[in-house]
Design a protein around this ligand. Structure first.
Ligand SMILES: Cc1cc2nc3c(=O)[nH]c(=O)nc-3n(C[C@H](O)[C@H](O)[C@H](O)COP(=O)(O)OP(=O)(O)OC[C@H]3O[C@@H](n4cnc5c(N)ncnc54)[C@H](O)[C@@H]3O)c2cc1C
Length: 452
C-alpha cells in the first residue's frame, strides 16, 4: 500500500463521504476527501438541516393561533420576515461548514477543494493534479431531476428554495415525494397560498396507504390545494408572475413553481464509465453488499447508489466501508427497520413494513389502527387528527410495521425503531406501561385488531 499516496480517496464531503473519511482515518488509514461545492453535502447545506429550521419557522403561526383560540393568551400583531429567517439559517449553515472542516482536520483527513474525476482505478484528478490511492470511494450524492417541459427553466428546485430573494405570495409545488410535501407545508405555514400537484393518484408512494390518505386529508384541511392525477405541461412568464399549464387543460398562476420531482444519482462525468464501473437503474452506481463496485478498488455509498436515500443510511454505509477496509471487520449495511420521518404538518413517522408489504411477506398479519384528536386540540378549533398504526406478523407476533401521522411523529418513532430492531413482539408492546397523557401511549394500548 505504501507506494500510493492515500489508502482511501473519498470523492464528495457529504454525509457519507465525511463519515467514511473520518472513521477510516481513525483506523489509521491515510485519507483525502475532495469536495467541489460545500462541506457537509446536501443534508447540511440544502437538505435536512436548513429544511428542519424552516419547518420550525412554519409552526409558529399555528402555535399563536392555538394560544389565542383556546389557551387564553392574547398575542399582539405578528408578521413574518423571510429575509431574517433565510439569513439566520445561512449563518447557521456556514457555522456547520466550519465544524465539518474542523472534524476533517482533527481526524487527520486531507481536504482537497475542487471537482474530482477518476482517471484510472487508483488515480483521482482534482484541478489538474493527480492523486494516487489504494481505494477510491464515490460519495457524490444526488441532484434534483427537472422535467423536460417548455419553460422548465422558470421553475426552481429544492436547491434554490433555501436562498429565495422573496417569499412568494402564491406557490405551486410539483411532486409527490416527501420533499414536495414538506415544502408545501413549510410555505403554507409561513402564509403562502400553496397548490401541490402530483401526477399519480395519491402522493408519498412507498409509505403505508393509510398514512398517505390520512396525511392528504390533514393537509387539505390546513388549506393546501392538493391535486392528484395532475401535472404541469408547460410554464410561461407573465408580467407579474408565472403561469403553469396543467394536464387537465386549465392554467394556474403563481409567483413561484417548485419542481420537487425526484432526484437522480450524481454520477455523470466522473470518469466512472471509462474505468468500467457498472451502472444500474436510473444511473445509480451498482455495488455489492459491502458497497464495492465491479472495479475492486472503487467503492460507492449514499445517494449515488440509490439504496435508501437518507442521511443516517449514508452515514451507516460510510462506517461499514471503513470497517470493511481498515478495521479487518467486513460489514454489510443493514436496511431492515430503517425509521424515517416526513416533516409535514402534521408530521409522519414510520418504521418497518407497510400493510401491503407485510401481507405479501407474511400472509397472516394483524393490523391495529387508531385515529383521534390529540389532547392539545381539544381546547382549540383544531380539526387535526392523529393516526397510529401497528402491523403484526401473526405467526411470530413480531411488530413488523409502525406508522404515525401526528405531532412529534419523528421523535416518537425513533424509540420504537430500537424496540422493533431488537425484535419486539406485540406481547412486549402490551406489557409496556404507557406514558400518560401522551399520543405515543396509544402504541402500547391498542388491543383490538381492525383487520389483517
Ligand atoms: C430538500 C431535502 C431534504 C432532505 N431531508 C432529509 C431528512 O430530513 N432526513 C434525511 O435523512 N435525509 C434527508 N435528505 C436526503 C439527504 O440529504 C441525503 O440522503 C444525504 O445527503 C446523502 O448523503 P451523500 O453522502 O450520499 O451525498 P451528499 O450529502 O449529497 O454529498 C455529496 C457531496 O459530493 C460533492 N460532489 C459531487 N460530485 C463531486 C465531485 N466530482 N468532486 C468533488 N465533490 C463532489 C457534492 O458537492 C456534495 O457535497 C434530504 C434531501 C433534500 C434534497
Amino acid at each position: 500500500m505504501a507506494d500510493r499516496e492515500f489508502d482511501l480517496f473519498v470523492i464528495g464531503a457529504g454525509s457519507g463521504g465525511v463519515r467514511a473519511a473520518r472513521f477510516s482515518a481513525a483506523h489509521g488509514a491515510r485519507v483525502a476527501v475532495a469536495e467541489d461545492r460545500y462541506l457537509g453535502g446536501t443534508c447540511v447545506n440544502v437538505g435536512c438541516v436548513p429544511k428542519k429550521l424552516f419547518v420550525y419557522a412554519s409552526h409558529f403561526r399555528d402555535e399563536m393561533e392555538d394560544a389565542t383560540s383556546g389557551f387564553g393568551w392574547s398575542v399582539g400583531p405578528s408578521s413574518f420576515d423571510w429575509p431574517t429567517l433565510r439569513d439566520n439559517k445561512t449563518r447557521e449553515i456556514e457555522r456547520l461548514n466550519g465544524i465539518y472542516e474542523g472534524l476533517l482536520r482533527d481526524a487527520g483527513v486531507q481536504h482537497i477543494e475542487g471537482r474530482a474525476t477518476i482517471q484510472d482505478p487508483h488515480t483521482v484528478v482534482v484541478e489538474g493534479k493527480s492523486y494516487s490511492a489504494e481505494n477510491i470511494l464515490v460519495a457524490t450524492g444526488g441532484w434534483p431531476t427537472v422535467p423536460e417541459i417548455p419553460g422548465a427553466e422558470l421553475a426552481v428546485t429544492s436547491n434554490e428554495m433555501f436562498y429565495l430573494d422573496e417569499l412568494p405570495r402564491k406557490a405551486i409545488i410539483v411532486g409527490g415525494g416527501y420533499i414536495a410535501v414538506e415544502f408545501a407545508c413549510i410555505f403554507q405555514g409561513l402564509g403562502v397560498d400553496v397548490t401541490e400537484l402530483y401526477r399519480g393518484p395519491l402522493f408519498l408512494r412507498g409509505f403505508d396507504d393509510d398514512v398517505r390518505s390520512h396525511l392528504a386529508e390533514q393537509i387539505r384541511g390546513r388549506g393546501i390545494d392538493l391535486r392528484f392525477d395532475t401535472n404541469v405541461t408547460a410554464i410561461e412568464k407573465l408580467d407579474n408572475g408565472i403561469r403553469a399549464s396543467l394536464t387537465d387543460g386549465s392554467t394556474l398562476d403563481a409567483d413561484l413553481i417548485l419542481f420537487a420531482t425526484g432526484r437522480h444519482p450524481n454520477a455523470e462525468n466522473l470518469g466512472l464509465e471509462e474505468v468500467g464501473v457498472e451502472f444500474g437503474k436510473g444511473g445509480a452506481i451498482v455495488v455489492d453488499e459491502y458497497s464495492r463496485t465491479n472495479v475492486p478498488s472503487i467503492w460507492a455509498i449514499g445517494d449515488v447508489t440509490d439504496r435508501i436515500n437518507l442521511t443516517p443510511v449514508a452515514l451507516h454505509e460510510g462506517v461499514c466501508v471503513s470497517e470493511t477496509l481498515f478495521n479487518n471487520n467486513p460489514r454489510a449495511p443493514e436496511y431492515e427497520y430503517v425509521p424515517a420521518a416526513v416533516f409535514s404538518q402534521p408530521p409522519v413517522g414510520t418504521v418497518g413494513l407497510t400493510e401491503g408489504e407485510a401481507k405479501d411477506k407474511f400472509g397472516a398479519i394483524d393490523v391495529y389502527r387508531s385515529t383521534f384528536r390529540a389532547l392539545k386540540h381539544t381546547l382549540t378549533d383544531g380539526k387535526e387528527r392523529t393516526l397510529m398504526k401497528l402491523i403484526v406478523d401473526r405467526a411470530s407476533d413480531r411488530v413488523v410495521g409502525l406508522h404515525m401521522v401526528g405531532p412529534e411523529a419523528g421523535e416518537i418513532i425513533q424509540g420504537f425503531a430500537v424496540a422493533m430492531k431488537a425484535g419486539a413482539t406485540k406481547a412486549d408492546f402490551d406489557a409496556t406501561i404507557g406514558v400518560h397523557p401522551t399520543s405515543a401511549e396509544e402504541f402500547v394500548t391498542m388491543r383490538t385488531p381492525v383487520g389483517g
